[in-house]
Design a protein around this ligand. Structure first.
Ligand code: IMP
Ligand code: MG
Length: 178
């Protein structure tokens, strides 16, 4: 698997340090509250597991699915959201936990769904922010790292469902796509 890595953008150590900082910030800013953490599967799974354990508060934890990418690397713009919402959003302090904010199409759709259900507050926490590619006017409240305009894998992020288990964020060599 490592033969296909062109460059490591964010190492395991860097990510861990940054997650500690973000966890501290969220813990401080939500003191006295019981936030509802909503993870956007599947890409969030590694980041979610790490950051949720650095938030020292009584949290409710839920997951939803959203996908727009199929097995390619370009957004189709057609977001498929899978959520039953068998849980209460009204009156809750919701934090959406995402792997990467790219075009913003996915999060704009999710934000709409959640805001319709009258949360007390809604914030977005993303591990990576690829601001150069934004199509929808959306900004995250908590950002792990600014990400260059490259297709990245690892730490939960996939290419065609592979590479999610790399312990760092990396860019693939061109031959990985053939
Ligand atoms: P958006 O709707 O374009 O913001 O895309 C968000 C989703 O696309 C993320 O949750 C990822 O699953 C996927 N995605 C966007 N950029 C990348 C990337 O560089 N690598 C892997 N997945 C990505
Ligand atoms: Mg994906």
């Amino acid at each position: 698997m490592k033969d296909f890595i062109r460059e490591i953008l964010f190492s395991e150590e860097e990510i861990s340090r940054r997650i500690n900082e973000l966890g501290d910030t969220i813990t401080r800013e939500y003191a006295g509250k019981k936030p509802l953490l909503i993870g956007v599967l599947k890409g969030c799974f590694v980041f979610f597991a790490d950051i949720s354990r650095k938030i020292d508060l009584d949290c409710e934890i839920r997951f939803i699915t959203a996908s727009s990418y199929g097995s390619g690397t370009i957004t189709s713009g057609d977001v498929k959201v899978g959520m039953d919402f068998d849980f209460q959003i009204e009156g809750r302090d919701v934090i959406i936990i995402e792997d990467i904010l790219d075009s913003g199409v996915t999060l704009t759709a999710l934000k709409g769904f959640i805001l319709q259900r009258n949360p007390a507050s809604l914030k977005i926490c993303t591990m990576l922010d690829k601001a150069a590619r934004r199509q929808a006017p959306i900004v995250a409240d908590y950002i792990g790292f600014d990400c260059p305009d490259e297709f990245v894998v690892g730490y939960g992020l996939d290419y065609a469902e592979h590479y999610r288990n790399l312990p760092y964020v990396a860019v693939l060599k061109p031959e990985a796509y053939s």
